[in-house]
Design a protein around this ligand. Structure first.
Ligand code: ATR
Length: 471
């Protein structure tokens, strides 16, 4: 199929690639402002303005490429019958937010397909977007922080960057982004030979901060290698805003989430259903949304931990002996739960803050015995599993100070830290003959259950994806 996207928008081009539709992008070079101005002077409806602009773009490119299928798109923001464009100045942006704050506006996305210089198909989608009321200070902060981005988008916001500004959304993720991919895929399947496309599924990782997250790279790789129609994005959600934002994102058709700090406890609390392992850990890292919008919260950290060890240390059996776990934070809870579930007969838990370890032990299992941080070396000769769940040893953090000279050489030693790939703790364990497993595999394996639930395929954890997340 020879498809041309009559647009310079990298977002629209990316949406087509999410659905695995290959298109050439050609700039239509039309005077959008002039056309909009004259349509507004004629009191044209916002949807007619979007439709006319999409048509102009497709037509212009089709005339030069009559044999190609040409897709033109346009989006306008309609508030009470008035079109809101891209803000030209910060004052424009301020006024636009004052008007839209606390109100519902519509995003109208028009799509027109041309072939042989003639219009073959057109589709208009309407998304209903309700914004939270914003205080004067919130508006000022937003104008100051977001101006570089805001000036490029109608109404002055990018929904994918600031979904927490909204209280309710009824629409589709891709329509909101500016291209109605579902109907386009359907049209191509019916009318263009050889087309077999699916509307992409959307999943996201939510956290604060989120820029450091390896998940988009990992899931993006799996979408690519499995040729799946889908998109996986990172969204920064400020603390305390998870509940409302997940609701809004589900309203926009997002079907799955990974959740990271500081939202893991909230993620469990907001769900309609909780898996037993998420309940036991008291936090969720994976949310699966069903077609009715119900949310199931899971915690796959423990699964990732155990699978990493099974894959990378084939003669390790959790049932073979007791374990020593260092650290009693969030990651430790997942490790402890999964070791107990896998059959570890006893676990010694050591943490700098003793009371924290006692609380965790009390909540999780009588098989956990809390020991003093200073005493941790005394248990090294008896255990068959040793796990560091603290952040000590991570690049930029203090080292984990421990003398492993008394360690049982048959013990398997693992570290959740994966930067560096092999921590000084693991190097020391290796020098005493222990088998060692680095932490990057846990990160990779914890991602597979979510991917399978959202996108329908269980991805492979291999050296290629490992190299990507370590880049
Ligand atoms: P995570 O969710 O990654 O486990 P966390 O909940 O902040 O993160 O827990 C970090 C763990 O590293 C805790 O066990 C912490 O010990 P405390 O409970 O005493 O805070 C441990 N940790 C962090 N810095 C430490 C240090 N300098 N010495 C010993 N333990 C440390």
């Amino acid at each position: 199929m020879d498809l041309i996207l009559a647009s310079q928008s990298s977002t629209r081009w990316r949406i087509l690639s999410c659905a695995r539709i290959i298109a050439k992008a050609v700039s239509p070079q039309i005077d959008e402002e002039n056309i909009t101005r004259s349509l507004m002077a004629e009191k044209a409806m916002p949807r007619d303005i979007a439709d006319t602009l999409a048509e102009h773009k497709a037509k212009k490119v089709s005339i030069k490429n009559p044999l190609s299928w040409v897709l033109g798109c346009d989006q306008v923001l309609d508030f009470e019958g008035k079109v809101f464009g891209k803000p030209k100045t910060q004052e424009d942006l301020r006024q636009s937010l004052i008007r839209l704050s606390g109100e519902t506006h519509r995003l109208i996305t028009a799509n027109v397909m041309y072939h042989n210089t003639k219009p073959m198909w057109r589709h208009i989608s309407v998304s209903h977007m309700t914004m939270h009321p914003m205080t004067v200070t919130e508006i000022e902060t937003y104008v100051e922080k977001s101006w570089p981005d805001a000036q490029h988008s109608a109404g002055g916001y990018y929904f994918e960057k600031t979904p927490h500004l909204f209280s309710e959304v009824r629409g589709n993720w891709f329509d909101i982004m500016g291209l109605s991919i579902g109907p386009i895929a359907e049209y191509l399947n019916q009318h263009v030979n050889g087309s077999v496309f699916n509307a992409p599924t959307v999943a996201a990782v939510l956290g604060h901060p989120i820029a450091h997250s390896k998940s988009p790279c990992m899931h993006g790789h799996w979408l690519e290698t499995n040729k799946i129609s889908g998109s996986y994005i990172a969204i920064d959600i400020p603390p305390g805003k998870l509940f409302q934002t997940v609701k809004v994102l589900i309203g926009a058709g997002v079907m799955g989430f990974n959740v990271t700090l500081p939202h893991k406890e909230d993620a469990l609390a907001l769900a309609d259903y909780q898996t037993p392992r998420a309940k036991a850990i008291g936090a969720a890292n994976t949310l699966v949304v069903d077609l009715k919008g119900s949310i199931t919260a899971d915690n796959t950290d423990g699964y990732g931990f155990i699978t990493n060890l099974k894959v990378n240390s084939s003669d390790w059996f959790p049932q073979a002996g007791s374990a020593l776990v260092l650290g009693a934070g969030g990651a430790s809870r997942a490790v402890l739960s999964s070791l107990i579930e896998a059959g570890a007969p006893k676990i010694y838990l050591s943490n700098r803050t003793l009371q924290r370890a006692k609380d965790v032990a009390l909540q999780l299992s009588p098989l956990i015995e809390v020991i003093d941080w200073e005493d941790k070396e005394r248990y090294l000769s008896t255990v068959t599993t040793v796990v560091n769940t603290t952040s000590l040893g991570m690049t930029g953090k203090p080292p984990l100070e421990i003398d492993l000279s008394s360690i049982n050489p048959k013990a398997m030693v693992t570290d959740l830290v994966y930067t560096p790939l092999e921590t000084p703790f693991l190097v020391q364990a290796r020098s005493f003959g222990c088998s060692v497993v680095g932490g990057v595999g846990m990160l990779l394996h914890q991602g597979t259950p979510g991917f399978e639930a959202w996108f329908g395929t269980c991805p492979t954890v291999d050296s290629e994806v490992e190299a990507l997340v370590l880049k």
